[in-house]
Structure formats: C-alpha cells, structure tokens
Write a protein that binds this ligand. Structure first.
Ligand code: PBG
Length: 338
C-alpha cells in the first residue's frame, strides 16, 4: 500500500535525484587552477618518502624536476619548494639561507630553467636553516625571536629568492612589519614583479608536525614556543587584523593556515578581502586523512576530496595541498573539476 504523500511544497531533494542534477546545481567546483603543490627537496641523490606523510617525497634535485614536469603536464599553476637542509649546514643565525648557491636557490633556478611557465613559490623564513628550528633570529638573551632583526634578514632572503627566479615569495614567519620591508627590498633590487603571498593568519598549530619531520626543523622541548609569533588558535578577530595589516603593507595574496580547522577564518577573510585568499592544507591535515584511511576507518578519496571542496567553499581562491598532483590527475581523467 502506497503511503499517502505529504503535502510539501518545497522538496529540496528534487535537485539531488541524479548525478546530472547534482552537477547542475553544484555551488563549488575545484579545478586544477586552484591547486598549489608543495614539494620538498634535499641534497641526497635518491628521493626518500617522509615517514609521517605517505606518498610525499623528499626529492633529489633530479626527482624534483620530474615532479615539476608532472605538475606542468597536469596544468597545476604553481609549486611551493621547501628545502630540507643537512644539519651540519645549520647554525643559530641560519647563515646558509643566504648562501648564494644553497640548495633552494639551485632548485629554483633549475625548475625555472626547465619549466619557465610553472610558477615557483618560495617560503621566506629561516626555519630550514637555523639549528634551533625557529623562523627567525633569537634575541641576545636567547629568550625570544627578535622581530626587527629577523625582518632584515628575511628581506635579504626574499631578494635572493627572487634573484634565483621565484615568481612569488611567501613570508611564513609571522614577524610584524615584514611585508612592507620585503616589498621595499624587492623593489629596490629591481624585482617589482615578484609577488608576495603572505602567510597572513598563520596559527601556532599542532598540525605542522609532519612538515617539521620533512624539513628537519623540530623545535627543542625547552625552546621558545612558536606561539610567541604565530597566532593563538582561539582567536578570530585577530586574524582580520593580521590580514588587514598585510594588505595595507602591500601583500598581493593573503593566506590562512592551517585550512580545515580554520574554515571560519577563511570565510571571514574572503568576505572582506579584495585581494586573493589562499589556504594551506598543512601536513597534519594530510597525515590525518592518510592515517585514518590506512586503518580502514575513512574512505581515502572521498575524505580527501571533501576536505578540499570544503576549503574552496569556505572562500579560498587557491589551496596549497600535498594532494595537488593526485587530485589534478583525478580531475584530468574526469569532468574537469571536483
Ligand atoms: C615554516 C613553515 C611551516 C610550514 C610551512 N612553512 C612550519 C612551521 O611554521 O613550523 C608548515 C606547513 C605544513 O605543515 O604543511 N616557516
């Protein structure tokens, strides 16, 4: 016996009936144009997998070029290159960061030479090069990270990155006043077209652990906390201040980081920002999805795709994600977008 129909005027399920209907009314599409692929490079001759990031490699220079070739073939617009520096080359002031022929500059030069159209993004921060793992220089008493002294070194680092060929420099240090100083230094050195992607609201997150494994920048237990410069995860309004300062100081793109736990921040910033907004789906977000999938507790592809669509839906114009290549592949075999 057929149940009596309810007298319902609006039946939202009508538009969910078939895949074609769902595609027709879909509000958010993730395309390959939205993706930035972070890549790690080290001085070894064979790439090695990062233990806490399945499928993510610490690339040799050769294999970095191969990865960039794949990015290019898949139409991924940009890669972000992070160096993993040998401990012997690190010191408290990150001297190696400014060495003219260091691993990062070599990597950027070879990638730009081989793939001139692929955008290269470089981090502006000292953590890959400092023995203590902080993003900047310590004060004389060693009790804090010295803001102004750090900004000066970072400005020099940004110029060297631009000289090596970086299209976009991305200060990830969270020092105050660095965007303006970096812009002025880039301009003075003739790099007017080098863009600044500012890690504007970067939170002191537990989710960077696997990244610190990847680049070897673990902070000692008794060391200063990164909470003295990265943002408190409990704060929302403060993120709008950070973003506004960086826009005012001439950032070309502002970034929120991490992404999935901070969708409210991405939404809020994208509602008011007149410049593009990026989000960084960080190493710990990637690791969580892999770990749960390995245990058989979550469906890997669905969770991965949902996480990315959610970040886009929250308002991000572009997403740094370790999933970039595999998602680009899925998109290219499918209908052009997720
Ligand atoms: C360093 C930097 C970090 C990340 C990007 N740049 C780590 C940190 O601040 O300690 C994290 C990225 C990730 O976890 O994927 N300046």
């Amino acid at each position: 016996m057929a149940a009596k129909s309810l007298n319902i005027l609006r039946r939202p399920r009508r538009l969910r009936r078939t895949d074609a209907l769902r595609r027709l009314v879909r509000e958010t599409h993730l395309s390959v144009n939205d993706l930035i692929w972070p890549l790690f490079v080290y001085a070894g001759s064979d790439s090695e997998e990062v233990a806490s990031m399945p499928g993510v490699m610490r690339h040799s220079l050769d294999s970095l070029l191969k990865a960039c070739g794949e990015a290019s073939r898949l139409g991924i617009p940009a890669v972000a290159i992070f160096p993993s520096i040998a401990p012997a080359l690190k010191d408290p002031i990150g001297t190696h960061g400014l060495a003219p022929d260091n691993l990062l500059f070599q990597a950027v030069r070879s990638v730009k030479k081989e793939f001139p159209d692929l955008l290269v993004i470089t981090d502006v921060a000292l953590d890959p090069y400092t023995s203590h793992g902080h993003d900047g220089l310590l004060s004389h008493d060693g009790k804090s990270v010295d803001n102004d002294a750090t900004v000066e070194v970072l400005s020099r680092l940004a110029v060297l990155e631009a000289q090596a060929g970086a299209d976009i420099v991305a200060p990830s240090d969270m020092m105050d006043g660095r965007i303006r100083s970096i812009r002025e230094s880039l301009d003075a050195a003739g790099h007017k077209d080098t863009a600044i992607l500012s890690y504007a609201a970067k939170y002191a997150s537990a989710l960077y652990g696997p990244f610190r494994d990847a680049v070897g920048s673990k902070i000692g237990k008794d060391s200063i906390s990164k909470s003295t410069y990265q943002m408190d995860p409990a704060n929302r309004r403060e993120a709008t201040i950070e973003v506004n300062i960086d826009i005012f100081e001439s950032a070309d793109i502002v970034m929120i980081k991490p992404a999935s736990y901070y969708l409210d921040i991405i939404r809020e910033v994208s509602d008011f920002s007149k410049i593009p907004v990026a989000a960084y789906q960080v190493s710990g977000e990637y690791a969580q999805i892999h770990a749960a999938a390995r245990l058989g507790w979550l469906d890997y592809e669905r969770t991965r795709n949902e996480s990315l669509v959610a970040i886009k839906r929250a308002g991000a114009n572009m997403i740094l994600t370790y999933f970039a290549k595999e998602v680009a592949e899925e998109i290219s075999h499918g209908r052009g977008c997720l």
